[in-house]
Design a protein around this ligand. Structure first.
Ligand code: HEC
Ligand code: HEC
Ligand code: HEC
Ligand code: HEC
Ligand code: HEC
Length: 240
């Protein structure tokens, strides 16, 4: 025998607005709205989600670093002996040296690592991460193809000496906690511009909560103005 449909616990499917009811969050009271009004509100919410959540996610492609690197471990004198310096920045310079022309600190080459990790047969610790590093790179003498989060396009001139020594700006003011981190963030590249997310920023709205969230042209100039170095805001100073 067929049950009469009225005893069904489900709400009967009737007009358009009650069909939409399944998709409407309970806090949103659309009963007072016409069908067109309800569609408008839902469409509006949909486009906000598309514009603020899905589009920015789709805009960036993610890549993992070739291996992990633990800054915190290497800067802890109780674990790693030999990375010395009076200030934190001096410790950083052990691996991130200035080049001979004084311009800029790069990511260290393998020969820096092998000052300590010199024998692929005898690891310094017992972790699988170090074992992999020794087998894949040290034993094979292959450079680690690090992806750079911060590198600017070639047309931009940036000198670390000017900022770190003359300007006395701390590494963290521009790089956040990268220097004390234990694992590496995922590298995200803007599919349209090719820029890393750390240069063009996480928020499409342009708003930033930390000075290091973004390092676009305006962000460089903003700090120069704040620190009373407006003379560096002429095009040819940053673009040689
Ligand atoms: C033992 C060597 C070593 C020391 C010491 C060291 N780093 Fe690094 N650093 C690396 C390696 C290897 C990378 C590449 C992997 C990565 O992105 O972390 C790197 C990358 C970075 C990057 C990212 C650069 C980019 O464009 O992707 C920043 C920023 C950084 N280090 C800051 C610091 C700071 C700040 C300190 C001092 C507190 C420091 N580092 C000390 C080895 C070191
Ligand atoms: C001044 C000496 C020194 C230098 C330079 C150095 N390391 Fe290390 N590293 C150590 C020591 C000591 C440990 C072992 C810590 C432990 O497990 O007890 C270690 C551990 C590691 C580990 C395992 C970390 C983990 O998370 O388990 C990796 C991977 C590693 N180093 C990679 C590198 C790379 C890549 C470089 C070059 C950019 C480098 N190290 C430069 C001393 C050094
Ligand atoms: C005023 C902001 C600022 C400060 C302070 C600063 N950096 Fe940078 N850093 C940058 C910029 C901008 C770049 C990109 C430079 C380029 O592409 O020429 C960069 C790039 C890097 C890179 C990547 C280099 C490469 O070629 O991939 C490392 C490593 C790095 N910085 C480490 C440090 C360390 C360590 C300190 C402190 C001793 C520091 N930075 C202080 C802004 C800064
Ligand atoms: C956190 C503050 C800060 C940020 C961010 C910053 N700068 Fe600077 N910059 C300074 C200060 C301070 C000086 C002046 C240093 C001095 O001459 O004492 C300076 C000087 C310079 C100079 C002149 C250096 C020389 O060799 O004469 C250039 C070029 C420059 N900055 C480029 C950049 C670029 C490009 C960026 C962004 C990618 C940037 N800066 C971001 C603080 C900043
Ligand atoms: C304080 C440093 C600074 C000054 C001053 C500066 N720029 Fe830039 N410029 C940058 C940085 C950093 C970038 C890369 C990041 C970005 O696109 O915002 C850039 C990017 C650009 C680009 C895009 C290049 C590309 O490949 O994406 C153009 C064009 C440009 N600048 C022109 C100018 C002109 C014209 C002026 C003078 C009115 C000027 N800039 C002044 C730092 C500066």
């Amino acid at each position: 025998m067929e049950k009469p449909s009225s005893s069904s616990p489900k709400t009967p499917k009737g007009g358009g607005s009650s069909f939409l009811a399944d998709f409407i969050p309970p806090w949103l009271d659309l009963k007072g709205l016409s069908k067109d009004g309800a569609c408008f509100v839902l469409g509006f919410i949909g486009s906000l989600i598309l514009g603020w959540v899905i589009f920015p996610m789709a805009l960036y492609s993610s890549q993992s670093q070739p291996m992990d690197f633990n800054h915190a471990l290497h800067l802890n004198p109780e674990i790693v002996d030999g990375i010395e310096g009076d200030t934190e920045a001096e410790k950083c310079l052990y691996c991130h040296e200035f080049r001979d022309d004084g311009t800029f600190a790069g990511i260290p080459k393998l020969e820096k690592c092998t000052e300590c990790h010199d024998d692929p047969e005898s690891p310094l610790g017992e972790t699988p991460e170090e074992k992999e590093f020794l087998e894949k790179y040290v034993a094979e003498e292959i450079e680690i193809p690090w992806l750079s989060y911060y590198r600017q396009p070639d047309c931009v001139f940036f000198s670390h000496v000017a900022h770190v020594q003359m300007g006395e700006v701390e590494c963290g003011s521009c790089h956040g906690d990268h220097g004390t981190s234990e694992i590496l963030p995922v590298y995200k590249k803007n599919r349209l511009t090719g820029y890393s997310i750390d240069i063009w920023g996480r928020r499409i709205s342009g708003w930033k909560s930390n000075p290091w969230d973004r390092m676009k042209m305006d962000d460089c100039a903003e700090c120069h103005t704040e620190k009373g170095h407006e003379e560096n805001n002429a095009c040819f100073v940053c673009h040689k």
